[in-house]
Design a protein around this ligand. Structure first.
Ligand code: GLU
Length: 306
């Protein structure tokens, strides 16, 4: 498959979306970018095209990393006791369904309430703040020592993050937040403001696709059960309210972020990182998903195919 042709085919989709503007620092990003990095874990082959080297804010794709880190630190059972694995049917910053169903714990780890709760589980250790640990783990699992915090985006999230603030206080009021609100939100906003490339995300996807083992070193970074759990949750809740739609269309566990990033893990086949900042109304990269759909069809990656 020629990736440059695939990018050309999906380019016009950019016009159907808009860059996120509720975080002001993201509104300045040029929408006309589309990039992809493919990591074939069985043959150790890599391919890339378009804006594959551009750094962008990881945003909600960081929820995959903190979830994996929390599972590694606390064990899957401890994490499963904190968040469910169900879809909400509401946007990512909702708290409504907890109100309606009288749940005390968020319905899944990828809506903001769930992700904030997961972040609160990570406590300072050996003098390392929760964010320092997340950054270190991100660099390792993405095989990218150049991941750094974008302070402008972090400040922008801090200034405008009142919905997330309200979610954190709501969780505190329910008695389920594990850390104080200020530390939890500082960590959460910082984790969202890490700068990655398509390659970093493809590496993350490759570890997930490869049963938790880094294909570049043979080192086990996460357990089989952490990889399996996380891929399942990506499949069912990774693409906001459109998760079901794209499970059918693409059939590959994927998580998106409002920075325009997508990470996919096609089990035993590929780790994929995609970037295109113009989003649909659900918050997913429009051209990015079109490209992922095309790649999934061409490479026959749909996990329900057999
Ligand atoms: N920092 C963003 C927020 O919490 C992330 C949202 C997203 O990428 O889904 O609103």
């Amino acid at each position: 498959m020629n990736l440059n042709d695939a990018i050309q085919e999906c380019w016009r989709k950019i016009d159907e979306g808009q860059v996120a503007n509720y975080i002001p620092a993201l509104a300045n990003v040029d929408p006309y970018q589309l990039g992809i990095y493919l990591f074939d874990v069985t043959n150790d082959k890599k391919a890339e095209a378009g804006a594959s080297q551009v750094r962008f804010a990881i945003e909600s794709v960081s929820k995959v990393i903190t979830l994996l880190y929390a599972i590694e630190r606390l064990g899957l059972a401890a994490v499963e006791a904190e968040v469910g694995t169900r879809q909400t049917g509401f946007p990512f910053d909702t708290v409504l369904n907890m109100e309606i169903t009288k749940e005390t714990h968020p319905l899944n780890a990828f809506i903001n309430s769930g992700a904030i709760l997961i972040t609160s589980l990570i406590e300072e250790q050996d003098g390392q703040s929760p964010f320092d640990q997340i950054l270190k783990f991100s660099r390792k699992i993405c095989n990218d020592p150049q991941i750094t915090l974008n302070n402008d985006i972090y400040q922008s999230e801090l200034r405008t993050g009142d919905m997330n603030r309200s979610l954190a206080y709501y969780l505190k009021a329910k008695g389920v937040l594990n850390n104080d609100v200020a530390t939890t939100l500082e960590t959460y906003f910082k984790q969202c403001s890490m700068m990655v490339t398509c390659r970093s995300l493809a590496n993350l996807g490759a570890v997930l696709a490869n049963d938790g083992i880094a294909p570049w070193s043979g080192e086990r970074i996460i357990s089989t059960e952490a990889a399996t759990y996380t891929k399942s949750v990506m499949m069912t809740t990774g693409l906001y309210t459109e998760s079901g739609t794209y499970s059918v269309k693409i059939g590959v566990p994927t998580k998106s972020g409002v920075g325009g990033g997508l990470v996919s893990a096609a089990p035993s086949h590929y780790g994929i990182g995609i970037f295109s900042p113009a989003l649909d109304s659900a918050g997913n990269s429009v051209a990015g998903l079109a490209l992922l759909e095309l790649v999934s069809k061409k490479l026959k990656l749909d996990i329900f195919r057999y």
